[in-house]
Ligand binder design. Sequence first.
Ligand SMILES: *Cc1c(COP(=O)(O)O)cnc(C)c1O
Length: 384
Amino acid sequence: MSDPVIYLDHAATAPIDPRVRAAMDESLAAAPGNPSSGHPGGRAARERIEAARAEVAALIGAPAAAIVFTSGATEADNLAILGAARANAARGRHLVSLRTEHRAVLDPLARLAREGFRVTLLTPAADGLIDPAALERALEPGTTLVSVMLVNNEIGVVQDLAAIAAACRRAGALLHVDAAQAAGRVPFEVGALDADLVSLAAHKVHGPVGVGALYVRRAPRPALEPLAYGGGQEGGLRPGTLAAHQIVGMGRAYALARAALHEEPARLAGLRDRLWAALAPLPDVHLNGHPEARAPHILSVSFGGVDGEALRCELPQLAVSSGSACASGHGEPSYVLRALGRDDALAQATLRFSVGRQTTVADVDAAAVGVRRALERLRALAPA
Ligand SMILES: *Cc1c(COP(=O)(O)O)cnc(C)c1O
Protein backbone atom coordinates (compact mmCIF):
# COMPACT_ATOMS: atom_id res chain seq x y z
CA MET A 1 0.00 0.00 0.00
CA SER A 2 1.34 3.43 -0.84
CA ASP A 3 1.73 5.93 1.95
CA PRO A 4 -0.89 8.66 2.10
CA VAL A 5 1.33 11.43 0.92
CA ILE A 6 1.17 14.95 -0.30
CA TYR A 7 4.61 15.78 -1.55
CA LEU A 8 5.99 19.23 -1.95
CA ASP A 9 8.51 17.51 -4.15
CA HIS A 10 7.74 17.58 -7.81
CA ALA A 11 6.38 14.05 -8.02
CA ALA A 12 4.05 11.83 -6.03
CA THR A 13 6.86 9.66 -4.67
CA ALA A 14 10.28 10.86 -3.40
CA PRO A 15 11.66 11.32 -6.91
CA ILE A 16 14.62 9.24 -7.98
CA ASP A 17 17.84 11.25 -7.81
CA PRO A 18 19.38 11.69 -11.28
CA ARG A 19 22.73 10.45 -9.89
CA VAL A 20 20.99 7.24 -8.79
CA ARG A 21 19.47 6.78 -12.22
CA ALA A 22 22.90 7.31 -13.84
CA ALA A 23 24.48 4.68 -11.58
CA MET A 24 21.73 2.20 -12.50
CA ASP A 25 22.14 2.90 -16.23
CA GLU A 26 25.90 2.49 -15.95
CA SER A 27 25.46 -0.79 -14.11
CA LEU A 28 23.10 -2.18 -16.74
CA ALA A 29 25.41 -1.14 -19.57
CA ALA A 30 28.71 -2.22 -18.02
CA ALA A 31 27.76 -5.27 -15.98
CA PRO A 32 24.60 -6.83 -17.39
CA GLY A 33 25.64 -10.35 -16.38
CA ASN A 34 23.95 -12.71 -13.95
CA PRO A 35 25.75 -11.98 -10.67
CA SER A 36 25.54 -15.69 -9.81
CA SER A 37 27.48 -16.71 -12.92
CA GLY A 38 31.26 -17.10 -13.20
CA HIS A 39 31.51 -15.07 -16.42
CA PRO A 40 33.32 -11.70 -16.38
CA GLY A 41 29.98 -9.82 -16.63
CA GLY A 42 28.68 -11.81 -13.68
CA ARG A 43 31.78 -11.05 -11.66
CA ALA A 44 31.49 -7.32 -12.40
CA ALA A 45 27.83 -7.34 -11.36
CA ARG A 46 28.77 -9.18 -8.17
CA GLU A 47 31.43 -6.60 -7.33
CA ARG A 48 28.92 -3.77 -7.79
CA ILE A 49 26.43 -5.57 -5.56
CA GLU A 50 29.02 -5.94 -2.81
CA ALA A 51 29.97 -2.25 -3.09
CA ALA A 52 26.27 -1.34 -2.78
CA ARG A 53 25.90 -3.66 0.21
CA ALA A 54 28.73 -1.79 1.93
CA GLU A 55 27.05 1.58 1.20
CA VAL A 56 23.69 0.44 2.57
CA ALA A 57 25.39 -1.00 5.66
CA ALA A 58 27.43 2.17 6.21
CA LEU A 59 24.34 4.40 6.49
CA ILE A 60 23.10 2.38 9.47
CA GLY A 61 26.46 1.46 11.00
CA ALA A 62 26.12 -2.24 10.16
CA PRO A 63 28.63 -4.76 8.84
CA ALA A 64 28.02 -5.38 5.13
CA ALA A 65 27.48 -9.08 5.80
CA ALA A 66 24.36 -8.24 7.86
CA ILE A 67 22.49 -6.82 4.83
CA VAL A 68 20.03 -9.05 2.91
CA PHE A 69 18.66 -7.44 -0.25
CA THR A 70 14.91 -7.74 -0.88
CA SER A 71 12.32 -6.27 -3.25
CA GLY A 72 11.52 -3.47 -0.77
CA ALA A 73 10.60 -2.76 2.82
CA THR A 74 7.36 -4.73 2.46
CA GLU A 75 9.27 -7.91 1.73
CA ALA A 76 11.83 -7.08 4.44
CA ASP A 77 9.01 -6.66 6.98
CA ASN A 78 7.44 -9.95 5.88
CA LEU A 79 10.75 -11.83 6.03
CA ALA A 80 11.48 -10.43 9.49
CA ILE A 81 8.04 -11.06 10.98
CA LEU A 82 6.91 -14.28 9.31
CA GLY A 83 10.49 -15.56 9.31
CA ALA A 84 11.27 -14.88 12.97
CA ALA A 85 7.85 -15.92 14.30
CA ARG A 86 7.88 -19.24 12.48
CA ALA A 87 11.54 -20.05 13.18
CA ASN A 88 11.09 -19.37 16.92
CA ALA A 89 7.63 -20.93 17.32
CA ALA A 90 8.96 -23.70 19.55
CA ARG A 91 10.02 -21.05 22.11
CA GLY A 92 6.70 -19.19 22.07
CA ARG A 93 3.89 -17.95 19.90
CA HIS A 94 3.21 -14.45 21.23
CA LEU A 95 4.03 -11.32 19.18
CA VAL A 96 3.77 -7.64 20.12
CA SER A 97 3.43 -4.58 17.89
CA LEU A 98 1.56 -1.28 17.58
CA ARG A 99 -1.76 -0.39 15.94
CA THR A 100 0.01 2.45 14.13
CA GLU A 101 2.48 0.26 12.23
CA HIS A 102 2.62 0.12 8.43
CA ARG A 103 0.38 -2.43 6.66
CA ALA A 104 3.56 -4.31 5.70
CA VAL A 105 3.89 -5.14 9.42
CA LEU A 106 0.22 -5.46 10.41
CA ASP A 107 -0.76 -7.76 7.55
CA PRO A 108 1.92 -10.43 8.19
CA LEU A 109 0.97 -10.28 11.88
CA ALA A 110 -2.67 -10.87 10.91
CA ARG A 111 -1.52 -13.81 8.79
CA LEU A 112 0.33 -15.26 11.82
CA ALA A 113 -2.76 -14.81 13.97
CA ARG A 114 -4.59 -17.06 11.50
CA GLU A 115 -1.76 -19.61 11.96
CA GLY A 116 -2.40 -19.73 15.70
CA PHE A 117 0.03 -17.08 16.96
CA ARG A 118 -1.24 -14.62 19.55
CA VAL A 119 -0.73 -11.00 18.51
CA THR A 120 -0.94 -8.09 20.96
CA LEU A 121 -1.35 -4.73 19.22
CA LEU A 122 -0.74 -1.81 21.57
CA THR A 123 -2.26 1.64 21.16
CA PRO A 124 0.23 4.51 21.50
CA ALA A 125 -0.63 7.72 23.34
CA ALA A 126 -2.48 10.45 21.43
CA ASP A 127 0.90 11.94 20.44
CA GLY A 128 1.80 8.71 18.64
CA LEU A 129 4.47 7.56 21.11
CA ILE A 130 4.31 4.22 22.88
CA ASP A 131 5.28 4.29 26.55
CA PRO A 132 8.16 1.76 26.81
CA ALA A 133 6.88 0.71 30.24
CA ALA A 134 3.47 -0.11 28.75
CA LEU A 135 5.19 -2.13 26.04
CA GLU A 136 7.26 -3.97 28.65
CA ARG A 137 4.09 -4.91 30.55
CA ALA A 138 2.77 -6.60 27.39
CA LEU A 139 5.80 -8.90 27.13
CA GLU A 140 5.39 -12.48 28.36
CA PRO A 141 7.73 -15.47 28.66
CA GLY A 142 6.38 -16.71 25.31
CA THR A 143 6.88 -13.40 23.49
CA THR A 144 9.38 -14.11 20.71
CA LEU A 145 9.16 -10.94 18.62
CA VAL A 146 8.36 -7.24 19.05
CA SER A 147 7.96 -5.03 15.98
CA VAL A 148 8.04 -1.23 16.38
CA MET A 149 8.80 1.24 13.61
CA LEU A 150 11.41 3.95 14.14
CA VAL A 151 9.62 6.72 12.18
CA ASN A 152 5.89 6.54 11.56
CA ASN A 153 5.21 7.00 7.85
CA GLU A 154 2.01 9.00 8.35
CA ILE A 155 2.77 11.34 11.22
CA GLY A 156 6.56 11.14 11.49
CA VAL A 157 6.88 10.44 15.23
CA VAL A 158 10.15 8.82 16.33
CA GLN A 159 9.74 6.07 18.94
CA ASP A 160 12.07 5.68 21.94
CA LEU A 161 13.66 2.53 20.62
CA ALA A 162 16.52 2.46 23.10
CA ALA A 163 14.06 1.90 25.95
CA ILE A 164 11.98 -0.51 23.86
CA ALA A 165 15.10 -2.51 22.93
CA ALA A 166 16.12 -2.72 26.58
CA ALA A 167 12.67 -4.10 27.48
CA CYS A 168 12.95 -6.68 24.68
CA ARG A 169 16.40 -7.78 25.93
CA ARG A 170 15.07 -8.24 29.47
CA ALA A 171 12.18 -10.35 28.15
CA GLY A 172 14.32 -12.36 25.71
CA ALA A 173 12.26 -11.20 22.72
CA LEU A 174 13.66 -10.31 19.31
CA LEU A 175 13.19 -6.71 18.16
CA HIS A 176 12.27 -5.86 14.57
CA VAL A 177 12.33 -2.20 13.51
CA ASP A 178 10.75 -0.93 10.30
CA ALA A 179 13.12 1.92 9.48
CA ALA A 180 11.92 2.56 5.91
CA GLN A 181 11.13 6.19 6.78
CA ALA A 182 14.12 6.71 9.06
CA ALA A 183 17.09 5.83 6.88
CA GLY A 184 18.79 8.99 5.66
CA ARG A 185 16.43 11.25 7.64
CA VAL A 186 16.97 10.32 11.26
CA PRO A 187 20.58 9.30 11.88
CA PHE A 188 20.75 5.94 13.68
CA GLU A 189 23.18 3.08 14.07
CA VAL A 190 21.95 -0.47 14.44
CA GLY A 191 24.41 -1.03 17.29
CA ALA A 192 22.91 1.77 19.38
CA LEU A 193 19.39 0.80 18.30
CA ASP A 194 20.14 -2.74 19.59
CA ALA A 195 17.68 -4.20 17.07
CA ASP A 196 17.88 -7.74 15.71
CA LEU A 197 16.13 -7.00 12.41
CA VAL A 198 15.76 -3.67 10.57
CA SER A 199 13.76 -3.09 7.37
CA LEU A 200 14.92 -0.57 4.77
CA ALA A 201 13.58 0.75 1.46
CA ALA A 202 15.42 2.58 -1.35
CA HIS A 203 12.65 4.74 -2.79
CA LYS A 204 11.95 6.70 0.40
CA VAL A 205 15.37 8.35 0.02
CA HIS A 206 15.31 9.12 -3.71
CA GLY A 207 16.35 5.61 -4.77
CA PRO A 208 14.51 3.23 -7.11
CA VAL A 209 11.28 1.43 -6.21
CA GLY A 210 11.35 -2.34 -6.00
CA VAL A 211 14.46 -2.74 -3.86
CA GLY A 212 15.06 -2.74 -0.13
CA ALA A 213 16.96 -4.65 2.49
CA LEU A 214 16.67 -6.44 5.81
CA TYR A 215 19.46 -5.97 8.34
CA VAL A 216 19.94 -9.24 10.24
CA ARG A 217 22.13 -8.99 13.36
CA ARG A 218 25.23 -11.19 13.15
CA ALA A 219 25.82 -12.01 16.80
CA PRO A 220 23.59 -13.25 18.21
CA ARG A 221 21.98 -14.11 14.90
CA PRO A 222 18.18 -14.40 15.08
CA ALA A 223 16.71 -17.60 13.70
CA LEU A 224 14.77 -16.77 10.51
CA GLU A 225 12.79 -18.95 8.15
CA PRO A 226 13.01 -17.74 4.53
CA LEU A 227 9.85 -16.90 2.59
CA ALA A 228 11.14 -18.63 -0.54
CA TYR A 229 13.52 -21.44 -1.43
CA GLY A 230 15.90 -21.62 -4.37
CA GLY A 231 19.48 -20.95 -5.31
CA GLY A 232 20.82 -20.07 -1.87
CA GLN A 233 21.63 -16.40 -2.56
CA GLU A 234 21.73 -13.94 0.35
CA GLY A 235 22.66 -16.70 2.78
CA GLY A 236 19.57 -18.64 1.74
CA LEU A 237 17.35 -15.99 3.33
CA ARG A 238 16.37 -14.45 0.00
CA PRO A 239 17.23 -16.82 -2.84
CA GLY A 240 16.98 -15.82 -6.49
CA THR A 241 19.17 -13.98 -8.99
CA LEU A 242 19.93 -10.57 -7.55
CA ALA A 243 18.63 -7.46 -9.38
CA ALA A 244 22.08 -5.91 -9.68
CA HIS A 245 21.03 -2.56 -11.20
CA GLN A 246 18.30 -2.06 -8.56
CA ILE A 247 20.76 -2.85 -5.79
CA VAL A 248 23.33 -0.49 -7.33
CA GLY A 249 20.63 2.20 -7.29
CA MET A 250 19.90 1.58 -3.62
CA GLY A 251 23.62 1.70 -2.81
CA ARG A 252 23.97 5.04 -4.58
CA ALA A 253 20.87 6.48 -2.89
CA TYR A 254 22.17 5.43 0.53
CA ALA A 255 25.66 6.80 -0.20
CA LEU A 256 24.12 10.15 -1.19
CA ALA A 257 21.94 10.15 1.92
CA ARG A 258 24.97 9.41 4.11
CA ALA A 259 27.02 12.17 2.50
CA ALA A 260 24.22 14.66 3.29
CA LEU A 261 23.35 13.31 6.74
CA HIS A 262 24.88 16.23 8.61
CA GLU A 263 23.01 18.99 6.73
CA GLU A 264 19.96 17.58 4.97
CA PRO A 265 17.86 16.51 7.99
CA ALA A 266 18.30 19.99 9.52
CA ARG A 267 17.34 21.63 6.22
CA LEU A 268 14.24 19.43 5.91
CA ALA A 269 13.26 20.19 9.51
CA GLY A 270 13.56 23.91 8.71
CA LEU A 271 11.18 23.50 5.76
CA ARG A 272 8.76 21.43 7.84
CA ASP A 273 8.79 24.00 10.64
CA ARG A 274 8.29 26.84 8.17
CA LEU A 275 5.25 25.09 6.72
CA TRP A 276 3.79 24.45 10.17
CA ALA A 277 4.46 28.06 11.22
CA ALA A 278 2.39 29.21 8.24
CA LEU A 279 -0.48 26.78 8.91
CA ALA A 280 -0.66 26.83 12.71
CA PRO A 281 -2.27 30.31 13.00
CA LEU A 282 -5.21 29.27 10.79
CA PRO A 283 -8.41 28.40 12.67
CA ASP A 284 -9.20 24.79 13.60
CA VAL A 285 -5.82 23.36 12.49
CA HIS A 286 -4.31 20.42 14.42
CA LEU A 287 -0.79 18.99 14.32
CA ASN A 288 -0.69 15.19 14.41
CA GLY A 289 2.02 13.51 16.45
CA HIS A 290 4.42 14.57 19.15
CA PRO A 291 5.66 18.14 18.54
CA GLU A 292 9.35 17.31 19.14
CA ALA A 293 9.97 13.56 18.72
CA ARG A 294 9.51 13.74 14.97
CA ALA A 295 11.39 12.99 11.76
CA PRO A 296 12.32 16.11 9.79
CA HIS A 297 10.54 15.33 6.51
CA ILE A 298 6.94 14.63 7.55
CA LEU A 299 4.22 17.03 8.66
CA SER A 300 0.70 15.72 9.28
CA VAL A 301 -2.04 18.28 9.84
CA SER A 302 -5.81 17.84 10.35
CA PHE A 303 -8.23 20.58 9.34
CA GLY A 304 -11.59 21.04 11.06
CA GLY A 305 -14.75 22.06 9.23
CA VAL A 306 -13.76 20.79 5.79
CA ASP A 307 -14.16 17.59 3.83
CA GLY A 308 -10.76 15.93 3.30
CA GLU A 309 -11.60 14.76 -0.21
CA ALA A 310 -12.65 18.26 -1.24
CA LEU A 311 -9.52 19.74 0.35
CA ARG A 312 -7.21 17.41 -1.58
CA CYS A 313 -9.04 18.19 -4.81
CA GLU A 314 -8.54 21.90 -4.16
CA LEU A 315 -4.77 21.42 -4.09
CA PRO A 316 -3.79 20.20 -7.56
CA GLN A 317 -0.44 22.00 -7.29
CA LEU A 318 0.61 19.48 -4.62
CA ALA A 319 1.38 16.02 -5.91
CA VAL A 320 -0.81 13.50 -4.14
CA SER A 321 -0.04 9.80 -3.97
CA SER A 322 -2.51 7.34 -5.45
CA GLY A 323 -3.57 6.19 -1.98
CA SER A 324 -5.21 9.50 -1.28
CA ALA A 325 -5.66 11.12 -4.69
CA CYS A 326 -8.90 13.03 -5.00
CA ALA A 327 -9.68 11.19 -8.24
CA SER A 328 -9.29 7.76 -6.67
CA GLY A 329 -12.25 8.23 -4.36
CA HIS A 330 -10.53 6.66 -1.33
CA GLY A 331 -12.01 8.72 1.46
CA GLU A 332 -11.27 6.21 4.21
CA PRO A 333 -9.93 7.93 7.32
CA SER A 334 -6.46 6.72 8.28
CA TYR A 335 -6.35 3.85 10.81
CA VAL A 336 -3.23 5.45 12.30
CA LEU A 337 -5.02 8.71 13.12
CA ARG A 338 -8.08 6.86 14.39
CA ALA A 339 -5.88 4.74 16.69
CA LEU A 340 -4.53 7.98 18.15
CA GLY A 341 -8.04 9.19 18.92
CA ARG A 342 -8.74 11.56 16.05
CA ASP A 343 -12.45 11.47 15.18
CA ASP A 344 -13.42 10.29 11.71
CA ALA A 345 -14.03 13.78 10.33
CA LEU A 346 -10.65 15.17 11.42
CA ALA A 347 -8.81 11.98 10.45
CA GLN A 348 -10.32 12.20 7.00
CA ALA A 349 -9.51 15.92 6.65
CA THR A 350 -5.78 15.37 7.08
CA LEU A 351 -2.90 16.30 4.81
CA ARG A 352 0.43 14.49 5.13
CA PHE A 353 3.11 16.79 3.75
CA SER A 354 6.51 15.40 2.90
CA VAL A 355 9.54 17.48 2.01
CA GLY A 356 12.53 16.07 0.13
CA ARG A 357 15.84 16.83 -1.52
CA GLN A 358 14.26 19.02 -4.21
CA THR A 359 11.87 20.94 -1.99
CA THR A 360 12.62 24.65 -1.68
CA VAL A 361 11.47 27.44 0.63
CA ALA A 362 9.41 28.78 -2.29
CA ASP A 363 7.65 25.39 -2.64
CA VAL A 364 6.75 25.42 1.04
CA ASP A 365 5.47 28.98 0.93
CA ALA A 366 3.37 28.27 -2.16
CA ALA A 367 1.93 25.16 -0.51
CA ALA A 368 0.99 27.12 2.60
CA VAL A 369 -0.77 29.79 0.53
CA GLY A 370 -2.57 27.09 -1.47
CA VAL A 371 -3.80 25.35 1.67
CA ARG A 372 -4.94 28.63 3.28
CA ARG A 373 -6.93 29.65 0.17
CA ALA A 374 -8.45 26.18 -0.19
CA LEU A 375 -9.55 26.22 3.45
CA GLU A 376 -11.08 29.66 3.09
CA ARG A 377 -12.94 28.63 -0.06
CA LEU A 378 -14.27 25.37 1.37
CA ARG A 379 -15.20 26.81 4.73
CA ALA A 380 -17.07 29.69 3.04
CA LEU A 381 -19.00 27.16 0.93
CA ALA A 382 -19.97 24.98 3.86
CA PRO A 383 -19.71 26.83 7.15
CA ALA A 384 -19.25 24.35 9.97
C1 LIG B 1 7.05 2.72 2.29
C2 LIG B 1 7.07 1.93 3.54
C3 LIG B 1 7.03 0.53 3.52
C4 LIG B 1 6.93 -0.26 2.24
O1 LIG B 1 8.11 -0.14 1.49
P1 LIG B 1 8.18 -0.69 -0.01
O2 LIG B 1 9.65 -0.62 -0.34
O3 LIG B 1 7.35 0.22 -0.83
O4 LIG B 1 7.70 -2.09 -0.01
C5 LIG B 1 7.07 -0.15 4.72
N1 LIG B 1 7.14 0.52 5.89
C6 LIG B 1 7.17 1.87 5.94
C7 LIG B 1 7.26 2.55 7.26
C8 LIG B 1 7.13 2.62 4.78
O5 LIG B 1 7.12 3.95 4.84
